[in-house]
Design a protein around this ligand. Structure first.
Ligand code: HEC
Ligand code: HEC
Ligand code: HEC
Length: 88
């Protein structure tokens, strides 16, 4: 019984862990992976208005390069080179 629960938990954790958001130009990233305690205030990327954040107004090259790369620089983690994000 315990083992079954554990397996189910692992499956659940795994499906959460692969909440991938695809952006343009071959960029995709792990949304949930960016919501860990160390990284992830929603407001690092979302401008909070009311309720649940969702679409990001102004999402595009300028926003992304500033927001994404700046934080990767600070953490010294995550891609900062073009082909680290633009996979295809
Ligand atoms: C590292 C940046 C980043 C962080 C941190 C982040 N998000 Fe997002 N989120 C995005 C991007 C990029 C999109 C896609 C936006 C678009 O398409 O306009 C998105 C989309 C969403 C969506 C739209 C539905 C979906 O899944 O496509 C929801 C809801 C959402 N985020 C909630 C959250 C919440 C809640 C948090 C904090 C717990 C959070 N996000 C943290 C970048 C982030
Ligand atoms: C608030 C800080 C922060 C922001 C903003 C941020 N990242 Fe990251 N990102 C990280 C950190 C830290 C890691 C390394 C995670 C690890 O190794 O545990 C990472 C890892 C990654 C990775 C490699 C692992 C994965 O998730 O696939 C990609 C790709 C990535 N980020 C893309 C993006 C993109 C695209 C954006 C902008 C939409 C973005 N990041 C915004 C902090 C951030
Ligand atoms: C941390 C991840 C990341 C890195 C590093 C990065 N980019 Fe981007 N780039 C993005 C994201 C995210 C977008 C916006 C995608 C969207 O609008 O959905 C973007 C958008 C673009 C666009 C605009 C595409 C369009 O049609 O609007 C170009 C061109 C581009 N990047 C080139 C580059 C070049 C050249 C480099 C290296 C000097 C680079 N990028 C490095 C994540 C990154």
């Amino acid at each position: 019984m315990k083992r079954i629960v554990l397996v189910l938990l692992l499956i659940a954790a795994n499906s959460f862990a692969s909440d991938i958001i695809k952006l343009k130009k071959g960029v995709s990233f792990n949304h949930l992976g960016h919501q860990s305690e160390k990284v992830g205030l929603c407001s690092a990327c979302h401008v909070e208005t009311e309720g649940t954040p969702g679409k990001i107004p102004g999402l595009g090259k300028e926003w992304a390069h500033k927001t994404c790369i700046e934080c990767h620089d600070i953490f010294e983690k995550g891609p900062t080179k073009c082909n680290g994000c633009h996979i295809s």
